[in-house]
Design a binder for this molecule. Structure first.
Ligand code: PLP
Length: 286
C-alpha cells in the first residue's frame, strides 16, 4: 500500500513521523474516516469540510486547500487501485519539542492512509449488536467539544475497553448530565411507536452518516426528533441503531442486558440500512 505523506506517496513501511510529532506526544491533530464504494468516495466534500472545521477549532492551519486535499485523497485511492476502501486523512500539529506549545510545531504533517475495507460488523448486521452504556463520559461541550474529530480518542478507547470487559460489541456514551451521547465511533438512533429520536449534536460528533440517515428516514415518511434521550428511552425502545462511516447503519438488539423490541433487527432499521446501501452505491466522487 502507498501512503500519502506531505505530498509524496511512499510505501506503508516508510510512512512514518517523529516521536516528537505532537500528534504522537499529545494527540494534537485531527482526522477523518471516509469510505469509497465501488470507486466512488462517499460524501467526500462533507468529510473534508469537517476535517477543516476540526482543524480550525483547534487553531491548526492545514497547509493545503480543500481542493488539494480532495485531489490527494482521490490520488491515494488511484495509486492503490482501490475501489472499496477506507480512507484516513490525518493532520497532526507536526514536530515540536517536549513542551505543549504548538508554536514550536511550525509544519503540520499530513498523512492519507487507505486500505481495502468492508462494513465492520460482519454477521452482526443480521443478528444485531449488543451494546453497553459505559461509565466514562463523552467530552462535555464546554471542554474539548465532541464535535472536534481530534486525534485524542482516549475516552473513546476507555469506553471500548469497558464494553469489551462487559461483552458488548459497542459502547454507548452518556454525557455529563446522564443523557445519551453516542457510540464510541458512531451516532445513535432509537425508535418508539414509529417515532425516531436522536440526540442533538451538542453532545456528540456531527456524524455524516447520521445526517444521511435522517435524510433517508424523512424521505421514507418518518418523523425524526432531535432531543435529549435518557436511559429509560433506550431500554424501552422498539428499535435502536447506530450510524457511522465504518459501521454504516448497524442494529442494536440488546443494551445493558435489556432486549430491545423482540431482540431481532427491526423493520425501520432494516429499511434505513437497505436504503443506505443503495445510497452508497449510487453517490460519490470519482
Ligand atoms: N461518533 C464518533 C465518536 C466517531 O468517531 C464517528 C466516526 O467518524 C461517528 C460518530 C460517526 O460519524 P460519521 O458518520 O461521520 O462517520
Amino acid at each position: 500500500l502507498m501512503i500519502y505523506v506531505n505530498g509524496e506517496y511512499v510505501p506503508k513501511s516508510q510512512a512514518t513521523t517523529s516521536i516528537y510529532d505532537h500528534g504522537f506526544l499529545y494527540g494534537d491533530g485531527v482526522f477523518e474516516g471516509i469510505r469509497a464504494y465501488n470507486g466512488r468516495v462517499f460524501k467526500l466534500a462533507e468529510h473534508i469540510d469537517r476535517l477543516y472545521d476540526s482543524a480550525r477549532a483547534i487553531a491548526l492551519n492545514i497547509p493545503m486547500s480543500k481542493e488539494e486535499m480532495e485531489e490527494a485523497i482521490l490520488e491515494t485511492l488511484r495509486k492503490n487501485n482501490l475501489k472499496d476502501a477506507y480512507i484516513r486523512p490525518i493532520v497532526s500539529r507536526g514536530i515540536g519539542d517536549l513542551g505543549l506549545d504548538p508554536r514550536k510545531c511550525p509544519n503540520p504533517n499530513i498523512f492519507i492512509i487507505t486500505q481495502p475495507w468492508d462494513a465492520m460488523y460482519g454477521d452482526l448486521y443480521e443478528t444485531g449488536l449488543t451494546a453497553i452504556t459505559v461509565g466514562i463520559r463523552r467530552n462535555a461541550p464546554d471542554a474539548l467539544s465532541p464535535n472536534i474529530k481530534s486525534l485524542n480518542y482516549l475516552n473513546n478507547i476507555l469506553a471500548k475497553i469497558e464494553a469489551n470487559e462487559k461483552g458488548g460489541d459497542e459502547a454507548i456514551f452518556l454525557d455529563s448530565r446522564g443523557f445519551i451521547s453516542e457510540g464510541s465511533g458512531d451516532n445513535i438512533f432509537c425508535i418508539k411507536n414509529g417515532r425516531i429520536l436522536t440526540p442533538p449534536t451538542i453532545n456528540n460528533l456531527k456524524g455524516i452518516t447520521r445526517a444521511v440517515a435522517i435524510e433517508i428516514l424523512e424521505k421514507l415518511g418518518y418523523d425524526v426528533l432531535e432531543k435529549d434521550i435518557g436511559l429509560f428511552d433506550l431500554y424501552t425502545a422498539d428499535e435502536i441503531f447506530v450510524t457511522g462511516t465504518a459501521a454504516e447503519a448497524a442494529p442494536i438488539v440488546k443494551i445493558d442486558g435489556r432486549i430491545i423490541g423482540n431482540g431481532k433487527v427491526g423493520p425501520i432499521t432494516k429499511q434505513v440500512a437497505d436504503t443506505f446501501a443503495e445510497f452508497t452505491r449510487s453517490n460519490g466522487t470519482e
